[in-house]
Ligand binder design. Sequence first.
Ligand SMILES: O=P([O-])([O-])O[C@@H]1[C@@H](O)[C@H](O)[C@@H](O)[C@H](O)[C@@H]1O
Ligand SMILES: [Mg+2]
Ligand SMILES: [Mg+2]
Length: 281
Amino acid sequence: MADLWQSAMDHAVAVARKAGQVVGKALHDDRKVMTKSSSVDLVTQTDQKVEQLIIRSVKEKFPTHRFIGEESVAAGESCVLTDEPTWIIDPIDGTTNFVHTFPFVAISIGFSVNKEVEFGVVYSCLEDKMFTARRGRGAFCNGAPLQVSEQTDIKQSMVATEFGSSRAPETVEKIFCSLRNILCIPVQGVRGAGTAAINMCLVASGCVEVYYEIGTHVWDVAAGSLIVTEAGGVLMDVEGGDVDLMSRKIVAANSKTIAERIIEEIAAFSPPRDDVLPQHQ
Ligand SMILES: O=P([O-])([O-])O[C@@H]1[C@@H](O)[C@H](O)[C@@H](O)[C@H](O)[C@@H]1O
Ligand SMILES: [Mg+2]
Ligand SMILES: [Mg+2]
């Protein structure tokens, strides 16, 4: 049977690497920082330039494909996932890191058909780590196979999460309530790379047992979601049950046991879904 999507994935890897070079060159140059949903939700000209580079390059090769891009959605384009082949793009995942030259910045490209992620590419460009996964064919970092941690004890686990870009008091309270509950299990550590995509790749790599966050967007997690599951991990909603990549809530873990243990401690809330409200709200 013809492998329909290999050429698309090869293109995604090539354009992610090219985008990573643009990001690396701009790291100390791009000082025009703008804001979106809040004063701490940053975007730069490099985010916008990289997204346009990726979309233009893909359109040349796959003119009928659709796109969900973070900065296109911020500019008013729709964020509705159809059955059509769709590229789900975060041109810079970790923009705040990029602005502060904190060295974890990724280009994240997920590819969905019939609302299922067929491949995911996350390029941690300052580390030169290319994380890839094809559905049913495993997950890799620079070609080396990835496998989640075998740790079953939450008290011997490392947890990743982020504070997100909302500073609304009620949201901050929920975030810290979850953090306090989880710290006091106790877990051995809590970390955040500053980018959902790299946090998910750390789960896939076995460095972190579980990552959770409320407030992510589909472009943050689409590619990483497949990298986690193809490395043997699981995805769940923060209240249990199946993950919905448009819901802005995610738990990515090495096992259902660890995921469910963390879910017990999360003070859940539901931000507006990606596919309901314009992203600037
Ligand atoms: O905006 P961006 O750097 O592409 O993506 C970031 C996410 O990767 C992160 O998980 C979240 O906590 C940040 O608020 C921000 O949304
Ligand atoms: Mg992002
Ligand atoms: Mg981004």
